[in-house]
Design a binder for this molecule. Structure first.
Ligand SMILES: Cc1cc2nc3c(=O)[nH]c(=O)nc-3n(C[C@H](O)[C@H](O)[C@H](O)COP(=O)(O)OP(=O)(O)OC[C@H]3O[C@@H](n4cnc5c(N)ncnc54)[C@H](O)[C@@H]3O)c2cc1C
Length: 432
């Protein structure tokens, strides 16, 4: 007879590790299955990690976690082909406030969090892929793995297998992930001496800088670029919606090469040694793309449930929070002696609705549709704004009023008065 556990967790990313850790800490017999060689071996992230979400799982995480740099400065760049206009935020609101964002290297981070789960009693088995779910009628009762005699039973299964969500899809628990709801991102790690990073980004100690980039770098496709400082490396990447890559016929690699040679970026990575190249999908369909998140004997969390806030570039915190809420629901039901039926696990959905996860996703629910239907936000406006900055800052004997009129004429010529008004309304609707 197949071995039986209280719970099986599929995947050892932030959502799976959090769920496994909290259930084991509450005394449950937990098995965690990971297809990679070790936790984090297959995972890709920018990567900014959000400490408060981690702190809610591992108190005092700031003293133990393998963080690279605390994000002291955030830059936002709106770019055309040769220049950018941007904004900076540097510092913290209060001097004694702890940073809430840190850059990390995911392989180190996932191994560390998984270590906590194993210390709490989780049995982790790597290099094992879950190929299907075992069902009795509609009820999920375990998993089928790719190992010989690989069926394993459990009272409840936590699906935390990432963006493709293949296990739930194959078992008919959710529809397949649509190309229009996922972005493909590519990333490189550029190694530089610590001192060079500190000089180039004007930071010291463990402080760091992150740069989020938008505009013509994505050639009209819906997407963004990023550059994050680690201790002795810089992560640089760019991603766009899969559907856009298909119709534009542009390769992600080509976009990244162009980003690296952009005049605003080139000097920041000059002389670096590239040691890693990776590509990964990100679920960016938002609120409207979230599937059913629970059923008889199962729950879904993290990327496999589509929990990513693409407007704020948050994914790992939503993964950890959904993993935590799933584990808390399961532990609560166990303590009350209740079965893991769909009706009882509905509490997980209610907890999600009460949390920042669903509130934020709901707030930005119209963003994907508005960006898809209004490419001017990614092409025309970055160009107009960089040109306006150039015009105003050029000291060429032309008076400032004439320059202002020239800028206004430029905006009206490209978008029309009616178009400008309509775009303002659309932006307000997207961000309301
Ligand atoms: C380029 C890029 C940059 C990003 N930047 C950021 C950022 O800066 N900040 C941020 O918060 N988020 C960022 N994200 C998003 C973030 O990485 C994800 O939201 C987060 O990793 C989701 O965690 P997860 O545990 O749900 O899934 P994952 O981290 O994808 O983990 C899923 C795990 O399941 C395993 N698995 C899959 N299928 C199976 C199977 N059948 N059987 C067994 N194991 C399986 C995988 O190997 C993997 O270890 C970024 C993503 C990308 C791609």
């Amino acid at each position: 007879m197949a071995e039986k556990f209280d719970a099986i967790v599929v995947g050892a990313g932030p959502s799976g590790n959090t769920a496994a850790y909290l259930m084991a800490k509450a005394g449950m017999k937990v098995l965690q299955l990971e297809r990679g060689e070790y936790p984090g071996s297959k995972n890709v992230q920018g990567a900014i990690m959000y400490a408060d979400a981690l702190e809610a799982v591992i108190p005092n995480c700031r003293r133990q976690a393998p963080f690279e740099r605390a994000v002291l400065e955030q830059r936002m760049w709106l770019m055309d082909e040769r220049s950018h206009v941007g904004s900076h935020f540097r510092g913290t609101v209060d001097a004694d406030e702890q940073p809430t964002r840190y850059t990390v290297i995911r392989a180190n981070m996932d191994k560390w969090l998984s270590g906590k789960a194993q210390d709490a009693g989780v049995l982790l088995i790597c290099e094992t892929t879950v190929v299907d779910l075992l069902k009795r009628g509609e009820r999920v009762v375990g998993v089928r793995t790719d190992r010989a005699n690989g069926d394993i039973l459990a009272d409840v299964v936590v699906l935390a297998d990432g963006v493709n969500s293949l296990v739930a899809t194959r078992a008919g628990l959710r529809p397949p992930v649509k190309a229009q709801d996922v972005a493909l991102a590519v990333k490189e790690m550029h190694f530089l001496p610590k001192q060079t990073i500190e000089e180039r980004f004007n930071v010291s100690g463990n402080d760091g800088v992150v740069i989020e980039m938008f505009g013509k770098i994505t050639k009209g496709m819906v997407g963004t670029g990023f550059l994050y400082t680690n201790k002795e490396s810089v992560s640089i990447g760019i991603g766009c919606m899969v559907e856009d890559f298909k119709s534009a016929g542009v390769s992600p690699y080509q976009l990244l090469e162009e980003l690296k040679s952009h005049p605003s970026v080139r000097q920041l990575i000059a002389g670096s040694e590239v040691k890693e190249y990776s590509a990964h999908l990100i679920p960016e369909g938002g609120y409207n793309a979230i599937p059913t998140v629970h059923g008889d004997g199962w729950v879904i969390c993290g990327d496999s449930g589509g929990f990513v806030n693409s407007v704020h570039r948050e994914g790992s915190n939503l993964a950890m929070t959904t993993g935590k809420l799933a584990a808390e629901t399961i532990v609560q039901l166990r303590d009350e002696g209740r079965d893991y039926t769909a009706a009882n696990l509905k509490r997980y959905r209610s907890a999600l609705e009460q949390s920042f996860v669903m509130k934020d996703l709901k707030k930005y629910r119209d963003v994907p549709e508005i960006l898809h239907g209004n490419r001017q936000f990614l092409t025309t406006y970055p160009e107009l704004l960089t040109r306006a900055a150039h015009t105003m800052l050029k000291v060429d004997g032309v008076d400032k009023l004439t320059k202002e009129r020239e800028i206004k004429r430029d905006f009206v010529a490209r978008r029309s008065r009616f178009g400008l008004f309509g775009d303002a309304i659309k932006l307000m609707r997207a961000m309301r």
